[in-house]
Write a protein that binds this ligand. Sequence first.
Ligand SMILES: [Zn+2]
Length: 464
Amino acid sequence: MSAGAPAQAFPSKLLRNVAGVWFGPAAERALLASVDVLVSEGRVTQVGSELAAPDGCEVIEAAHLLVLPGFVNAHHHLTQQLTRTISPGGDVFEWLAACYPVWARLTAAQAGIGARIGLAELALTGVTTTADLSYYFPAGRPDIFDAQIEAARDIGIRMLAVRGGMLDVGDAVRGRIGDSIASTIESPDTLLAELERAATQYHGPAQESMLRIGMGLTEPLWEAPSLMRELAALAEAHGLAAHTHLHPRPGDLEACAPGSIADRLAELGWWNDRLWVAHGTRLDAGLLDRMIADGVGFVTCPSSNARLGTSLAPAWRFAERGGLPSIGVDGAASNDGGDMLGEIRLTWQIQRHASSGSEYFAGLTPRTVLDWATVGGAKALGWQGLGELTIGGLADLACFDVSGLEYVGAQDLLDALVLCGVSHRAELVLVGGKAVVRDGRLVGVDEDELAHQGRAATLELFTS
Ligand SMILES: [Zn+2]
């Protein structure tokens, strides 16, 4: 099976008498209690009381489980997985200056182990689809990208793998580390060739695909408009989504003058409904409105922003104006965990705090951020059908055990999932009907062995 092929069908499963299921199309979904959920051939086929189990169906007693559509993590950098707790006291440039020399040594084998760990952490916290933006491939090692794809295959969640790039580390970082890694950054020709290869070799556009390819850059290259146009043309030719960081600094605004950043990106072929941008910490009302009008997506990553001391992402303002944001954990170098449910909680807390005093505040409930983490992610990635649990929809389910001490006293299970809890581990996760997490553990992957491999690869990376 190629990585882009649909997941094969698995024996049907009947979740019997669930504690709750968040069921229906996003605009009208409701929390149903004490019903059964039947999945078959990769799809949800029935939700109701006392359903009959088809021949050969596995029946799972689920009275302790809250069932949601699987989360869509809309921003990550799996290449960073082995570089946690780097420069925890540094600002963003000091942190990057500490990271780049280590990332310059990363091998495909190390990247593959790191990606398995990152993807495992996502699956264990309820993610069934993740985006990834990989943008630094040290010279001669484009196979880092292939290693990450192999890792997604092993862990079993869907991935939109953005084959990104960069041309420079920027003046602020170069001022700290000199030109030591300049020669390791791939050329524009290599970037274009590798994006073409990735799209041709791996991209699976079907809704039930396990792998899509995206086009991206770590940030817009205002100084290289022809490369930007060539990348956009490749993305359009292959039907790829596009992704980049966008938190405009004064230099970006000057580079795009006299028009706006949206105008400039539109001229370069990037500003359309296939683009979603990360962080957006400096987006003003005008840009937010343009994004909403033109279908450009927005992903917020609060742990990373908090760690690096950047300004607060205006996700609630995007939502207040009619947009649907998404949530991402960001790479493990700036979010030292990969806990999606934790990121959802922090998003709610931070955006509540930021919107206090506004009319939007009262409507920013735990369900709001669960929307952002499900259908918001689907919209950002342009991947229809993700993030909703509907009859005939994909059987991508995240199930959490809500029978423990930490949920006692909760009046509403969905609110409780976001607000309560000491553990964010999912109990059961299905992707296309296949269990990738069961009883709170990865299926088919030895977590202890993976951790052992990860520690060895980290030691090798830091001492090479
Ligand atoms: Zn990022």
